[in-house]
Design a protein. Sequence first.
Length: 342
Amino acid sequence: VLQSASKLPSKILELMDGFRASKALFVASKLKIFDHLKDKGPMKAVDIASDVGTSVCGTERLLDACASLGLLEKTPQGYSNTDSANTYLTSDGKYSLHGYIIHSNDHLWPLFTNLESAVKEGSRQNHRAFGKKADDLFKDYYHSQEVKQRFMAAMHSIANLTARDVATAFDLSQFKSACDLGGCTGALAHELVQVYPNLKVTVFDLPEVIANTSYFQPSGQHTAPVTFVSGDFFKDNLPEVDLYILSRVLHDWSDEKVHVLLSKISAVCRPGCAILLAEMVLDDEKKNRSTALLQSLNMLVQTEGKERSGSEYQALLEQHGFTNVKIRVTGNLLDVILCVKA
Ligand code: SAM
């Protein structure tokens, strides 16, 4: 019996195709097609192919697919960027997602190819995807300058997109000093000093990361400088500040390692000082937020960690003396949790 169009399982059909659409976006980004079309009038496929150095027949199909997905506009004059492509898909804008898209193609795609093994074994798949087994995921990322730069660019792009909502989810004006533990390129730190001009912000990250941060610093900024300190938050002394920030850090680690880190923070944290978490917070029943639940699969294929619900974060924090746990769902990719040392 033929299904009528209204009875087709459209959601399932869309999901079956989802990887094709992702890959079309990734390849167009890798070929820098959106950079190529920026600030230009419509271009014909044959001219784009000749400039980019690709086949005309392949390029035309890719461009048509991107236009059908709403990434490009197609008119009789040729292809041009949509407004959203100009803002998010070109590689140089403040809110560019290019870094995260390249990371998705080059790093997450091979990892997700091994999702079945990850589910069967309950563990990360870096050795299958990349042929080696490092003892922690950041050693995988930082063994080569190229992979490290790619990872940092990916973190930077999501941090730029979320920083304003993270910085303003709570009024942080009572804090005089903050340390962004695992703060990577300093994108959130720079947003914080803009929103709170009296806040002194230190970014604390592994030496390999700190050595690479200059590339990501904003030019012509008129706010207080951000300080960068290198160290290992599991082993080294932490700076003494009023506010410890952990953005997309706890989700990398098992509950055991989260306890180690929270107890170190608790040991240096004075009463009244606080922790600010930025994570994709799952709903308590773990059934409603597919972006966050898919991110938890992303954590499974590459880390020891997982995404957690608000109650799970609250329980972890309370065990280390952090109370008055408040959660703000921002509507952006990251939600924010603030708690205070009793
Ligand atoms: N906070 C940034 C953000 O939200 O964009 C980066 C998040 S990234 C998933 C985790 C960060 O933790 C990386 O910058 C990594 O280098 C840092 N990190 C991992 N292990 C660390 C350690 N032992 N000591 C200090 N930083 C560490």
